[in-house]
Design a protein around this ligand. Structure first.
Ligand SMILES: Cc1cc2nc3c(=O)[nH]c(=O)nc-3n(C[C@H](O)[C@H](O)[C@H](O)COP(=O)(O)O)c2cc1C
Ligand SMILES: [Mn+2]
Length: 519
């Protein structure tokens, strides 16, 4: 049974012993972060925390670390193991055209399931219990200042809803929002993200037909979604409507971080994950639909010509991301439940809550990656690699140069383009065992021959690249080299005893164990 909203999810966490209510007073300025950070670093990611005594916000509650353990991530997606999600996904992708009536009948439950993916628009919704058009302030919510050098308070777990002006399709992306004042925030969609492309589409439309079309178009590319570095000349005017939901059911919140193809609406992904349609309701002041069960909804717009300094922000790389120019979100209306729970997260040195969300993405995306990279066997994004810095993949190698083909495929695959280092191993290496990977990779490579450098887009958060958003990436081909790849030396076997000796010792092992004192 899908969680209807954040409250049902909180209740489920509490029943499972996965939530602690904190009655000790805690300050949203820095203190909640310090507490949540310590909890994240404790055994298995610690519990989810519901702060009920937030300094300066009597009666309000702050939820943090809701996804911050492997068990809670499974609970959020209502599975016992993340592979169950990928198995379901594979089932939908594996569909062959039915051969006979029996095949057709077998497909019926799947077709019924499909219906659950589509969002449903409702007329009345809890997120509208309170509607404020003007008489509101963002300072009414216990928004955290996370780290000492942060540029201010940041909304860190927002589901940002925009519409593609060309196709009408909606996108939900999680992009942090720096609170500038009671009515405006930053809108940190990085230039490669889907909402940034919606924004550029608006700018192209605004520039079309005006004089200096061509230079305006170039300007737009340079401005892209995020920073507006090296921008000169005419600025298109107009605005783009945006709605933001804070505190939704966990499947919907999670769908906002999923690196889905731009054409796929996250509302459908959430519907697939929770096996129940997402309920939406028309926003009050913008032409967008918002999650009916959200705790808080912010409606408003960004001006196409307006950018403002955003950051610094203690980021998930474990470093502060630097100041940069981003669009400004003007809030026109706030709706919320009568007693809204403010859902948030913090990012910083790994491991943190986002590590478990990232691992879920890794598992769920494996079957999708296999569609374009069929030789792929397994993938591991170690948490310390902060997701874009390191990807270890194993492949079934069948032809020369295949490891490099796989690297190029990964660098061409949506947000995997940001991967700074890709390590490719043969399928007999367990990529989930980083010790085994280090042992094998470093034995197997001749660095000058086996390292491939590539120039291209890099993550906006990369502070070491030669330019913002642009730099080099590296692939390590640690597969066994073949004569057809120009390697003519003999390749040694791995050290291991023979079967006979193993069997001999195995027959004595129970007794030997006692004698050796090994448990
Ligand atoms: C807690 C958290 C915060 C995030 N903050 C940002 C952000 O500020 N800007 C951004 O571009 N991506 C951010 N991301 C990553 C995006 O949510 C992710 O790339 C997502 O796939 C974007 O959706 P889109 O593909 O629809 O653009 C964040 C992810 C998480 C888990
Ligand atoms: Mn998207």
């Amino acid at each position: 049974m899908a969680y209807q909203d954040l409250r049902e999810w909180i209740a489920a966490l509490e029943r499972a012993g996965e939530l602690r209510r904190i009655r000790t007073e805690a300050d949203p300025i820095l203190e909640i972060t310090e507490i949540a950070d310590r909890v994240s670093k404790s055994k298995n990611g610690g519990p989810a925390l519901l702060f009920e005594n937030v300094k300066g916000y009597p009666g309000q509650k702050v939820l943090i670390n809701q996804f911050g353990s492997a068990r809670r991530m499974n609970m959020a997606l209502e599975v016992n193991a993340l592979d169950e999600v990928s198995d379901r996904l594979r089932m939908f992708m594996d569909v062959k055209s039915p051969q006979g009536i029996l095949d057709k009948i077998k497909m019926l439950p799947m077709l019924a399931d499909l219906g659950k993916f589509f969002p449903k628009v409702v007329e009345k919704a809890p997120c509208k219990e309170v509607i404020k058009r003007g008489d509101f302030s963002l300072h009414d919510f216990p928004i955290l200042k996370c780290w000492p050098k942060d540029g201010g308070r940041f909304i860190t777990l927002p589901c940002v809803i925009t519409r593609d002006p060309k196709t009408g399709k909606r996108n939900v992306g999680m992009y942090r929002m720096q609170v500038y004042d009671g009515q405006t925030t930053g809108m940190h969609w990085q230039r490669q993200k889907v909402a940034a492309e919606h924004y550029r589409e608006r700018m192209r439309a605004a520039a079309a037909g005006t004089q200096a079309d061509r230079s305006a178009a170039v300007d737009i590319m340079a401005r892209s979604g995020g920073g507006s570095r090296n921008v000169e000349g005419e600025k298109p005017t107009g605005r783009m409507e945006v709605a933001v939901a804070i505190g939704t059911d966990p499947a919907l919140t999670f769908s906002a971080i999923v690196p889905a193809p731009p054409e796929v609406e996250e509302f459908m992904i959430a519907g697939f994950l929770r096996e129940k349609p997402v309920e939406l309701i028309k926003a009050e002041t913008v032409d967008l639909e918002v999650p009916a069960n959200a705790e808080i909804v912010l409606e408003g717009y960004v001006n196409l010509e307006e950018l403002q300094i955003e950051g610094p922000f203690g980021d998930h790389t474990g470093f502060y991301s630097l100041e940069d120019l981003y669009p400004v979100f003007h809030v026109t209306c706030v709706t919320h439940r009568s007693d809204p729970i403010y859902a948030t997260t913090i990012v910083g040195k790994p491991p943190m809550e986002d590590a478990y969300m990232g691992k879920a993405v890794e598992r769920i995306f494996l079957p999708l990656m296999k569609m374009t990279i069929p030789e792929l066997v397994d993938v591991n994004l170690p948490i310390e690699g902060v997701f874009h810095n390191l990807m270890i993949v194993s492949i079934r190698k069948s032809y020369p140069g295949q490891a490099r083909k796989v690297m190029n495929a990964i660098w061409s695959l949506g947000q995997a383009m940001f991967t700074k280092c890709i390590v490719v191993v043969d399928e007999d290496t367990n990529v989930q065992n980083v010790g085994e990977v280090v042992w094998k990779v470093l034995n197997n490579i001749d660095p000058e021959r086996d390292i491939q450098f590539m120039l291209g887009p890099v993550d906006s958060l990369d502070h070491s690249s030669r330019l913002p958003d642009f730099g080099s990436k590296m692939g390590i081909d640690a597969t066994r080299k073949w004569p057809t790849e120009g390697f003519h030396r003999p390749w040694p076997d791995e050290v291991d005893s023979d079967q006979k000796t193993k069997a001999l010792v195995e027959s004595k092992w129970a007794a030997l164990r006692k004698e050796l004192g090994i448990s």
